[in-house]
Design a protein around this ligand. Structure first.
Ligand SMILES: [Zn+2]
Length: 309
């Protein structure tokens, strides 16, 4: 090779290695909050899903996620979808902060679609939960606590859709959003008396499934929707019995079952999140229990963690 052509090759290499922008994975996940209801140093539940490198979807909005959102230095201007797994405070408490940040994040009218569970009227021991549309109305509707936000910065419209999370809900995943190859499907979950939804996001042969908080009664539906997920975000709160308080097993799934579900669904990678202090203290045991069934990569979530799929 002549000196001149060698120079040309070296120059080409320099341009492509310095100038080429990193290629974004079709789907990426940013963990805003990896904790639960306790003030343990982790933010409550919350995630941003990036599509072709652009933040588009917020999943849950627990307390503390607002700060993590700012630390990530991402633009909120294209986030137009919010998925709520259920309406407990550790999953929705930061929603007003998110919407105000979203309202001041760009120029032009803001339109956000919110999906979440149907409501439930409690009796006796069971609590009452509003439907998601009623919940949004109570916060941002004309008579809502934060009704001022609709015209504060830019005109803000929030369209809420209730996903059937009742005991008679269909046992097959339903597509709730489909545009330009981005598909979001949902199926009823189960989290004690709180109506709950499991979501799956599909884009260009990649997929993320969010279990939400889930007890044994929701596991069959999780199996149905999570088949061959690139990433399964599984809320991990309790130890294998009898390591946690009995009442917690009516709300959450132990590591042994997490491992069985991850293996049976052919999940490629498992992200354990919504971590309680007891899980953090016994990570080795938790991982060993899951490993009895599941051979794929297991990741413990941290606030601010960003995963390419
Ligand atoms: Zn929770």
């Amino acid at each position: 090779m002549s000196k001149r052509s060698l120079c040309a090759v070296l120059l080409m290499f320099a341009v492509t290695s310095i100038g080429a922008a990193p290629v974004a994975s079709p789907l990426e996940l940013l963990v805003l909050g990896s904790g639960g209801p306790g003030a343990t140093g982790r933010a409550g539940a919350g995630y941003i899903v990036l599509v072709d490198g652009e933040p588009r979807i917020e999943v849950d909005a627990g307390p503390g996620t607002f700060v993590r959102l700012g630390e990530a230095k991402l633009s909120l201007a294209k986030i137009d979808i919010v998925l709520l797994t259920h309406l407990h405070i550790d999953h929705t408490g930061e929603l007003p902060g998110f919407f105000k940040a979203r309202a001041v994040s760009g120029d032009g009218p803001v339109n956000v679609q919110v999906f979440g569970p149907t409501g439930h009227r409690g009796n006796g021991d069971q609590a009452t939960f509003p439907s998601t549309s009623r919940f949004i109305d109570l916060l941002f509707g004309p008579e809502g606590a934060y009704s001022y936000l609709r015209d504060f910065a830019e005109p803000l419209t929030i369209d809420a859709t209730n996903v059937d999370a009742s005991a008679t809900a269909p046992k097959t995943p339903k597509v709730i959003y489909s545009e330009n190859g981005l598909n979001i499907s949902a199926i009823a979950g189960h989290h004690g008396d709180a109506p709950a939804v499991i979501y799956r996001i599909d884009y260009r042969n990649q997929s993320i499934t969010f279990s939400g908080d889930i007890d044994a009664n929701g596991i069959d539906n999780l199996r149905r929707i999570a088949q061959r997920s690139s990433l399964l975000v599984f809320n991990c709160v309790v130890l294998d019995p009898p390591g946690s308080r009995p009442v917690l097993y009516t709300l959450h799934t132990p590591p042994k079952t997490i491992g069985v579900v991850a293996a049976d669904t052919g999940t490629k990678r498992l992200l354990l999140s919504h971590l309680s202090p007891s899980i953090d203290q016994q990570r080795a045991n938790v991982e060993a229990s899951i490993r009895k069934h599941y051979r794929g990569p297991i990741v413990f979530a941290e606030d601010g963690m960003r995963l390419q799929l």
